[in-house]
Structures are given as structure tokens and as C-alpha cells.
Ligand binder design. Structure first.
Ligand SMILES: Cc1cc2nc3c(=O)[nH]c(=O)nc-3n(C[C@H](O)[C@H](O)[C@H](O)COP(=O)(O)OP(=O)(O)OC[C@H]3O[C@@H](n4cnc5c(N)ncnc54)[C@H](O)[C@@H]3O)c2cc1C
Length: 326
């Protein structure tokens, strides 16, 4: 039996939730069990049932009003209770802000072994072994979990998501006794990202800037290219650390992991820690004035030149192409 934490944001599931459910369902299929998703907080019932398209047979829904804002203690209690209810042998969570905080607590409650940041399906031929990347993406570690119950956090965007044309999960209510001390933090305000932008973790087209952009005042041409392509903006870590761009745009080992169809990297050297978050992109285009920049080795297309010169020309070409197609 496999339990998957299907995380949602304001009632909407994102790709990482579908990916985790699909991953959990694949394990269930291989081990001869079934896959249950647990949803915490208010989500439309039809939307929960649609997790069936990703392989969940059942959805356990904890709808307590107090769960609308994330609380690591309360979410831990709910997920552990769900795991106990279904007798889960494997619990899967996304390796993200919530999953990282909750997984170790759930593992402690269930006396389970934990593998965090998993990037492979488990090898069950001889025990239960999963792969994760270590040393800033320079190496892989194959981790064997020997406990009866296993908790895994799955690195988002590791696997492509492919829903079945139909499939409906049964939604059941999950009641868990929660008390005031499970809600130690009160959320006073939630600020949403600008409307209309595809979140980075879901984006199929990404335009990203590095320290080679020289300063936040030079982001205009990058924004214009992103807008012409309909792409989401990203950046390297030093750019976010210098407050040139917000931290949620930072990709790499310590930032988001993305898997777009197109990743355009401008003024980014291509350090291993950056590549760790973007090298699953289908097509990588690198613009850098240094022909020796390491990123060119990982690129499908490379342009050697000054970003200030190349970007407006590229944007103009994209616009022209789009006009000719409309
Ligand atoms: C533990 C750890 C974790 C890390 N995690 C991350 C992470 O998650 N994500 C991340 O990005 N980094 C991460 N880093 C930092 C990483 O090692 C690099 O320092 C960082 O990625 C470099 O950012 P950059 O390429 O923007 O800057 P730089 O290395 O300074 O590169 C700038 C590039 O811009 C080019 N350039 C300069 N001017 C122009 C121009 N006018 N036009 C075109 N190109 C130009 C230069 O040739 C150069 O290649 C981490 C480091 C450590 C130690």
C-alpha cells in the first residue's frame, strides 16, 4: 500500500502533486498494492477525484478549516494518521517546502526510514533501493531503506507527467483529532505571485538570467524576451542572493528544479550547482560572452556574445516569427 501527499495551493494541484501520485501509483503497481492520496485542506471534490487519472484509487480528505494554512505539526499528524489508516508501507511526498518539513516528522512517527530528494523509481529486486543526487549533483547515492515502512520525498520535475484519459478516485473523509498546539503559527497575510505567470515549477518555457546581466536594472530585455515567448523568468542563485530578483526565481541545487521544454540561460556560467536544477530541460540555449563558459557543454544551442546585444535581436526574431504564424 502506498500513500502520497497530494499537495495543493489554494485548492489547486500543481504538477508536482500529479508527479508524486503517478510515482506512488507506479510503486503500488509494481509491489501489488494500491495507491491512496491524502489531501489536506479545502479542495473541490471533482478535482480530488481526478487524481485517479494519475493512478490514485482513493483520496483521503482532511478538511478541517484550520488546515487551510500550512502547519508542519498538523500536516504531520494528518499524513501519519492517513498512513496508519491505510497501512501504508511507502509514503511519498514532494521534495519541496512542505514535503521537506513534514517528511522527517512523518518518518519519526511511523518509525520509518527516510530517503529525501529521490530521483529514481525504487529498485525492489533485492530490497528497496532509491537513487538521489549528492555532492551538489556531482554524484549519485543509491540508498537502501530496510525499515518496514519507507518515506520518500521525490525531487519535483524528475519524471514527466502523463495523465490517463479517464480515471476517478473515490474520495473519503479523514477525521484527525487536532488541538491548538498543532497550529503554532498564524498566517496573517498571503501574497500571491503576479497573476498570469505560469509558476516556475510548471513552466514549459523559461528565460533565466545570471550575474552576467550585471544588475537588476538590466532585466528589461530578459523580461521582453520572456514576454515574447510566453516564458517564465528564473535566475541563478547569486542573482537572488544579491536581491536583483526574488528568491522564488532561483533555480539549482538550493533552488527550484525545473523540467521545461526550453531553458534559455543568459549570462550564467553553468556551475554544477546551477545545472543540478535545470539539466532535465529538453532544450537548453546558452547566451554567454565567454566561449569557454562551462554551460556551453550542457547546451543544445549556444550563442557567444554580449547579452545586451543578443537579447533585443532574439526578441525581435521571436516576435517576427510569431507574427508570421498568426
Ligand atoms: C552549496 C552550494 C549551492 C549552490 N546552489 C546554487 C543554486 O541552486 N543555483 C545557482 O545558480 N547557483 C548555486 N550555487 C552557486 C554556484 O556555484 C555559482 O556560483 C553560481 O551558479 C554562479 O552564478 P552565475 O552563473 O549567475 O554567475 P557567474 O559565475 O559570475 O557567471 C556569470 C557569467 O556571465 C557571463 N557574462 C558576463 N557578462 C556577460 C554579458 N554581458 N553577456 C553575456 N554573458 C556575460 C560570464 O562569462 C559568466 O559565465 C551554489 C553554490 C554552493 C557552494
Amino acid at each position: 500500500m502506498v500513500l502520497v501527499f497530494a499537495e495543493h495551493h489554494g485548492g489547486t494541484f500543481r504538477k508536482k502533486a500529479f508527479e508524486a501520485v503517478q510515482y506512488g501509483a507506479a510503486i503500488a503497481q509494481r509491489t501489488g498494492g494500491s495507491c491512496t492520496a491524502v489531501v489536506v485542506g479545502a479542495v473541490d471534490e471533482g478535482m480530488m477525484a481526478s487524481l485517479g487519472q494519475y493512478g490514485a484509487q482513493t483520496v483521503l480528505h482532511a478538511a478541517d478549516d484550520r488546515l487551510k494554512d500550512f502547519s508542519a505539526r498538523a500536516y504531520t499528524k494528518v499524513i501519519a494518521a492517513a498512513a496508519e489508516k491505510v497501512g501504508a508501507k511507502v509514503v511519498v511526498l514532494p521534495h519541496d517546502y512542505m514535503g521537506r518539513q513534514v517528511a522527517s516528522r512523518v518518518a519519526a512517527r511511523l518509525k520509518a526510514g527516510l530517503a529525501a530528494g529521490v530521483i529514481s523509481h525504487p529498485d525492489t529486486a533485492n530490497g528497496f533501493t532509491v537513487r538521489k543526487s549528492v555532492f551538489a549533483g556531482k554524484a549519485f547515492a543509491d540508498v537502501s531503506i530496510t525499515s518496514d515502512v519507507k518515506v520518500l520525498t521525490l525531487t519535483p520535475n524528475t519524471f514527466a507527467v502523463s495523465p490517463a484519459a479517464d480515471g476517478k478516485a473515490t474520495v473519503e473523509k479523514l477525521d484527525v483529532a487536532l488541538d491548538a498546539k498543532d497550529f503554532g503559527v498564524t498566517v496573517k497575510e498571503t501574497k500571491r505571485q503576479a497573476a498570469g505567470t505560469v509558476p516556475l515549477s510548471e513552466a514549459e518555457l523559461v528565460v533565466s538570467g545570471g550575474r552576467g546581466m550585471k544588475g537588476p536594472e538590466n532585466w528589461g530585455p530578459l523580461e521582453e524576451l520572456a514576454s515574447a515567448l510566453g516564458a517564465t523568468l528564473a535566475c541563478s542563485r547569486p542573482v537572488a542572493d544579491s536581491h536583483w530578483r526574488p528568491h522564488h526565481e532561483h533555480v539549482g541545487q538550493t533552488g527550484g528544479t525545473i523540467r521545461p521544454n526550453l531553458y534559455v540561460a543568459v549570462g550564467i556560467s553553468g556551475a554544477i550547482q546551477h545545472l543540478a536544477g535545470v539539466n532535465a530541460s529538453k532544450t537548453i540555449v546558452v547566451i554567454n560572452k565567454d566561449p569557454e563558459a562551462p554551460f556551453f557543454k550542457a547546451a543544445d544551442y549556444g550563442i557567444v556574445g554580449d547579452a545586451a546585444e543578443i537579447l533585443p535581436r532574439l526578441t525581435a526574431s521571436v516576435k517576427k516569427l510569431k507574427e508570421s504564424q498568426s
